[in-house]
Design a protein around this ligand. Structure first.
Ligand SMILES: O=C(O)CCC(=O)C(=O)O
Length: 287
């Protein structure tokens, strides 16, 4: 359970680093699962996921790489257990102020040594807006992520600004001049630590210039009673309950042209009910 001090910190700053949520041994086991998974998938798919906009953040970013896999629960039972582990979902529940925590999607990232891609500063909100903005990310660190590995960086307090205007080219991002990566606060972390932040908190990360990979799992979660404002960024596994129950009892079904489409208009659905699913593939680009 988070302390009142931790909750106050999140409320004020829009992010919180929780130390040693998992032991170093557990993190090492997740890391080895994660690297084996990326290796398996790389045999049949291009897992490179550098944002087009990242290329313009510096001359060094013109030739960087990052490998990803969306929705790891379809590939590894150990990672399924991780995302529903009370040590991970408990703090999310404390921050959201609800016992119920629902998966939106997750992304495994391997930022390779020496040239791991940066992320331009952005909010996640433009990618998957929700009516009540309850969405938070939890980033589980599978290995140490010091500054030189391109740890995540945040601009404290920006969650209070509401949705900001983003540029859409090469991934939704904020103007480089106004939000240079270097001006943000780095959040170095150790294996087993989890960084939580609101989908309104401006964040990004630098290049991995170290000689080791940075391995993280970023999980986006919402209060199930917070409906999507539009039907976008839909993926397989969305709506899975990680903690508690979905008291709205919305229905999900496979739909032609998309992985899953919410079809039950029973309660509290946002705009565009019944619109065609956008169908973000499991290993798709973007946030
Ligand atoms: O993992 C990182 O370095 C940042 C990822 C990120 O900002 C995102 O996927 O929205």
């Amino acid at each position: 359970m988070l302390s009142q001090e931790q909750l106050n910190f999140f409320k004020e700053n829009g992010y919180l680093l929780v130390k040693s949520v998992f032991s170093r041994e557990e993190a090492a086991a997740f890391r080895s699962d994660a690297h084996a998974l990326i290796e398996r998938l790389a045999a049949g798919a291009d897992l490179e996921a550098t944002w087009g906009a990242a290329r313009s953040t510096s001359a060094a970013a013109e030739k960087t790489a990052i490998y990803h896999c969306h929705n790891v629960q379809f590939y590894s039972a150990a990672l399924t257990r991780l995302i529903s582990d009370e040590r991970f979902t408990g703090p999310v529940s404390d921050i959201m102020g609800t016992p119920n925590v629902q998966l939106h999607h997750n992304k495994l990232f391997i930022k390779p040594p020496e040239n791991g891609s940066p992320f331009p500063m952005h909010q996640d909100q433009p990618y998957f807006p929700h009516d009540r903005n309850t969405m938070i990310a939890g980033v589980v660190h599978f290995d140490d992520a010091p500054l030189e590995k391109g740890c995540i960086r945040v601009v404290p307090g920006t969650h209070k600004l509401g949705p900001l205007e983003h540029k859409p080219e090469g991934g939704w991002h904020l103007p480089f001049e106004q939000y240079p990566i270097e001006s943000s606060v780095p959040c170095p972390a150790e294996a087993g630590d989890v960084l939580f932040f609101s989908y309104l908190t401006v964040h990004g990360s630098g290049i991995n210039v170290s000689n080791e990979a940075r391995t993280t799992l970023l999980v986006q979660m919402r209060d199930p009673s917070d409906p999507p404002s539009k039907m976008t960024h839909i993926s397989r596994g969305q709506g899975m309950m990680l903690r508690g129950i979905d008291s709205t009892a919305r229905h999900y079904a496979m739909a032609e042209g998309g992985w899953a489409q919410q079809v039950g208009a029973t309660m509290g659905m946002g705009a565009a009910m019944g619109a065609p699913a956008m169908g973000a593939p499991t290993m798709g680009m973007g946030s």
